[in-house]
Design a protein around this ligand. Structure first.
Ligand SMILES: NC(=O)c1ccc[n+]([C@@H]2O[C@H](COP(=O)([O-])OP(=O)(O)OC[C@H]3O[C@@H](n4cnc5c(N)ncnc54)[C@H](O)[C@@H]3O)[C@@H](O)[C@H]2O)c1
Length: 279
């Protein structure tokens, strides 16, 4: 029977799930060619030798490969979840058992546990933070000022997190520089548009089993995710309606041949509603 390696601090569902997690991580790795190249370089040069990183990200097979690459670069990584619902418990188990990475994440954890896990990742005393939605940084600035002095920089993955951090920077409360990963063309052009465009529909279909063909599919917000989602919903035969507060974005949706209207009107017509406004 597998046991949690005693020296690795963690809070995960069950170490017994690690074999399945390993298969999932290896499968994802096959599609992550750029990361594979970086990982090879990291193994050779160890550019992050001894650097402590606390990461608050979706704990999934893809992120696992990122954490493993950082570890191969010499970093000392601790991981917690940026969303209690996306955690893959088998992946957490594999990261702990096979890669010695401390993970604090359990799928479906309540709000209190979610923040306990963020605290545990911060006990790692990070020099670099990696965030997806800005909960880690917000916790540092509000409850863990003791950690802030040791942090030299961080990254923030998503639009909503960047909005929150820019507000903090404007107020003068952000204590260290953070790279907005979302500003990278390779992030918003592809992950937001095609990744979220596909995975949101996957989530809606799995959850409701609704037939999208012929349905009225309302997308609130015609930004990067909204464009991708609208494109994919249309591809499945849905009648897509857009709501958008920015006039240029609204005009773009019209030019892309979607019906655009206020939510008060769309609410009367829609079968499925997705908000991708970032606010
Ligand atoms: N889970 C994931 O994998 C993932 C990936 C990427 C982005 N996201 C999230 O998706 C959301 C959208 O990201 P994005 O990159 O498309 O943002 P974006 O800024 O490109 O687009 C948001 C759009 O919504 C519009 N908008 C704002 N308030 C509105 C309102 N009340 N009604 C109608 N429209 C409104 C804005 O004008 C803008 O055009 C963010 O919360 C982001 O963090 C999640």
């Amino acid at each position: 029977m597998a046991t949690t390696p005693a020296q690795i601090p963690c809070d995960i569902k069950s170490i017994e799930l690690a074999d399945l997690g390993k298969r999932r991580i290896d499968w994802a790795n096959q599609s992550m060619k750029v990361l594979q190249i970086i990982r090879k370089e990291f193994i050779k040069n160890a550019p992050l030798k001894g650097v402590r990183i606390s990461a608050c990200l979706h704990v999934t097979a893809e992120t696992a490969n990122l954490a493993i690459a950082l570890r191969d670069g010499g970093a000392d990584v601790a991981l917690c979840a940026s969303n209690p619902l996306s955690t893959q418990d088998d992946v957490s188990a594999c990261l702990v058992r096979d890669y010695g990475i401390p993970v604090f994440a359990i799928k479906g954890e309540d709000n209190e546990t979610y923040y306990q896990h963020i605290m545990a990742a911060l006990d790692h005393k990070p020099q670099i933070t990696m965030d997806d939605g800005a909960d880690l940084v917000t916790t540092i600035l509000t409850k863990r000022q003791d950690v802030a002095d040791g942090v030299i920089g961080g990254t923030e993955e998503t639009t909503t997190g960047v909005i929150r951090l820019r507000a903090m920077a404007k107020e003068g409360v952000l204590r260290y520089p953070i790279i907005a990963v979302n500003d990278a063309m390779t992030k918003h052009l592809f992950d937001n548009r095609y990744g979220t465009g596909q995975s949101t529909i996957d989530g809606v279909v799995r959850c409701t089993n609704v037939l999208l063909a012929g349905s009225k599919f309302v997308v609130a917000g015609y930004g990067w995710c909204g464009r991708g989602l609208a494109m994919r919903a249309r591809g499945l035969g849905a009648d897509v309606i857009i709501t958008e507060v920015d006039p240029t974005g609204a005009l773009e949706a019209v030019m892309d041949d979607f019906r655009v209207m206020a939510m008060a009107e769309a609410a009367r017509l829609g079968d499925v509603f997705v908000t991708v406004t970032g606010d």
